[in-house]
Every structure is written in C-alpha cells, then in structure tokens.
Design a protein. Sequence first.
Length: 238
Amino acid sequence: MSKVFAIFKREFRMFWMSPIAYIVLTVFLAVVTWLFLATFFIQENGSLNGLFSMLPMAFVLVIPALTMRQWAEEKKSGTVELLMTKPLTEWEVVLGKYLATAAFLLVLLVLTLPLSLTVHSLSQTGLDKGVLFTSYLGALLLGLMFLAVGSWVSAMTENQIVAFILGVLGIFFFTIVGNISVLFAAKWTLLLEFIGVSDHYSTLARGVIDTRDLVYFATMVFFFLYLTARTVESRKWA
C-alpha cells in the first residue's frame, strides 16, 4: 500500500498544480449553487432534492474533465513507459491515480456542504440527517463509478480532448440508459434499468440503503478499474 500511497500523493499534488483543477472547482460550485438556489427560492421547497437531482448531469461534464489527463497525458509525453519500468504493478499505479481523483471528488462534495447548512437554517423543520447522509453517500458512489469509467477511457487514448469526449459519452450513457429502457423490448428493460445508475442513485437519495445498490457501485468500480489495468498492461507489452 505504500507504493499506492506514493502514487496517490504525486497525482493529488499534481492536481493542484494544474489550472484545470481550479477551473473545474470554480465552475462546478458556481453552476450547482446558482441552479440550486434559483430553484430553491422559486419552489420554496426546504429540501436538497434539487441539488442531488442535478449532480448526475453535472458529473457528466465534471468527471471527464478530472480524468482526461489521468493516462492520456502520461501516454502522450511518454512518461507512462518510464512509470511502468519502476517496481510497480499496474494495479498499484491504477489505484494510486484513481484514489487521487477520488480525493478531489470528495473535496468537491465537501464544498457543497454550505448549501446543506443554508437549507437547514432556512427550513422550519430542518433536514433529515439520515437522508442527508445517504444522499451524499449516493453522490460519492456515483462519482466513484464515473471516475472509474473516465479512468478507463483515458487509458485508451493519448489525446486529452478525445478522452474528455469519450468520457462524457460513456458517463452520459450510464446516466440515461435506465430512463430510456422503455424504448427497447421488454426482455431488455430490466437489464438496462440495472445497468443504468438512475434507480441505484435515486434509492440512496431517498434515504434508503439497499445492499444491491452498494454491490452495483462496487462491482462497476472494480470492473472499470480492471479494464484500466488491463489496458495499461497491454500497452506495456505492445
């Protein structure tokens, strides 16, 4: 784990040395805060439903922006070959890079907490702490899954713009596939609903922790990190 932590520290430090991190941070918080407060005061609804309902679509753009340089930049500059010559396994490098982006995602979510405090202070009944916890848990799990998808996409190309576009398309697919399942034959409906994140995420946002949803997110994260490791390994032997 010490090697994974070393990669994590290197990658997390590099985040804050890049203007992209600050741009993503500023734009994400500004847009989410503005959209949420606009609907909050118009609807006079003392809950955070508006915030958590908009997060999946916000992640469609934010997550690829965080992951597009994860492997693409290393491949373009040739440093990935240098990195893989060190006494590190593919999994150690993949996990280190992934955990660094996960830590940045956690920072993003923590910075939305002032919105929760604002709603809590303005609401006559306050917020249900249990629902608030599961909603943030759902947002974190959703983000972790999308990060794994973006990581795999980034490992497949050395062009950051291509990685961003493919990441947006891949994440958008998982965001909407459950909602459009009715357009397909009945035999595919249950499968598409299971693959899509909508039902799994909305259950947590309602305050319900279902083991099946936790298994879904854990499985998807592992699956796409596995694909990332295999993609990096295939380049090693190319």
